[in-house]
Design a protein around this ligand. Sequence first.
Ligand code: ATP
Length: 439
Amino acid sequence: MARVLPYADMDKIMSLSKRRGFVFQSSEIYGGLASTWDYGPLGVELKRHVKEAWWQSVIVGRDDMVGLDAAILMAPQVWVASGHVENFSDPLVECRNCHLRFRADQLETDNCPECEGEFTEPRRFNLMFRTFMGPVEESGHEVFLRPETAQGIFVNFQNVLNSSRKKLPFGIGQIGKAFRNEITPGNFTFRTREFEQMEVEFFVKPGTDEEWLNRWVEERFNWYVTYGIRRDNLRLRRHDPDELAHYAKDTYDIEYRFPWGWGELEGIADRTDFDLARHAETSGENLTYFDEEEKERYLPYVIEPSGGVDRATLAFWLDSYDEEPDGDAVRVVSHLHRKLAPITVAVLPLSRNARLAPTARYVHDLLRRHFSTQFDDAQGVGRRYRRQDEIGTPYCVTVDFDTLEDQQVTIRDRDTMHQVRVPMDQLVGILQDKVEHGW
Ligand code: ATP
């Protein structure tokens, strides 16, 4: 496939985003809330498909994984045990002149980039959002919005072990919202204060952790490639020892070449038994595992692949954007993987002619039970193909006057623009096969 651009620029993606309904500024009619975004009708489908692809690959498709959906609000002791109350902070500096605030570790100059003013001394700023539980606003009622989904998994380790009868090595995965009061959010949906994570905690016997870390790094890297990101735009970066988080023995980041530079999509960390040990100590519960084969009891080590749904969604979308020459014009086409595209099949009657409508509606009703679909009969069919190309719809099904005679419809492929005519009564099966295996 000819690719004119190495990747889309952000201005184009942001304007397409608003125009076609992928992502809107949150609370826009009130002037917007900084760095907070709402997913529109197409964005929500794209993001949902990214989460489904992850769930299929990481949970449903494996014998050694189960899922979980833990609450956002948790007992405050969780965050003391996990080290977040003490350690989850960034160094904050404030300009003495214009009072803008910055993360000291991300600054490239000694003075304020806005007004050249001098900075205050850095102070630690805890990134957790606080709120109060119940009607009394006192410190005893203070709770946190979780800054990661991981801790919901650790505190349920025994529950899941006892109820699912899993044996090590096995893992628990979940997808859910997390909140961080980032000092400098930005770059669209890349860094926000409310975002979604997809995380796995994979429990292993100590001593096998390094091997499992390598297996998960490879597995997770390949997932991004399978779903369409070009290998050249991905890289693996191992953390330097002085960069490791307080809980980690080793960490690899999977990074994507965003238009502004390399940025993290997912971190895969060897967390050792840090979390289970801290929770056992703080809660007084026994969180060890009895290994029946080895006849020994130990605290499992944990490998954690932790990715961001919003960052993955943005990367899949950026990497699939293309502008292809089309005569004197340009065809804007998004080559999103067929399982990620917001709309999988669009049904397009050749025209608005009343004779075509019942059959076109019948075909749409047939398909919508199996796929994400859209029905579009406004304007010429060429314009409608372009509209679907722009949002990445892999297959368009056209109903024309011949259909009324021979009961056949045309399927058009987004990438090659090839067309085939197929019997209507085989359409669902043929499309299911294409979605599974490609054109
Ligand atoms: P960064 O260094 O970019 O702040 P991090 O190393 O703090 O990220 P982790 O704590 O490893 O991130 O979180 C796991 C994943 O959650 C990240 O790889 C990223 O995809 C996602 N994530 C973290 N913070 C944000 C955020 N503020 N906005 C959107 N996604 C985020």
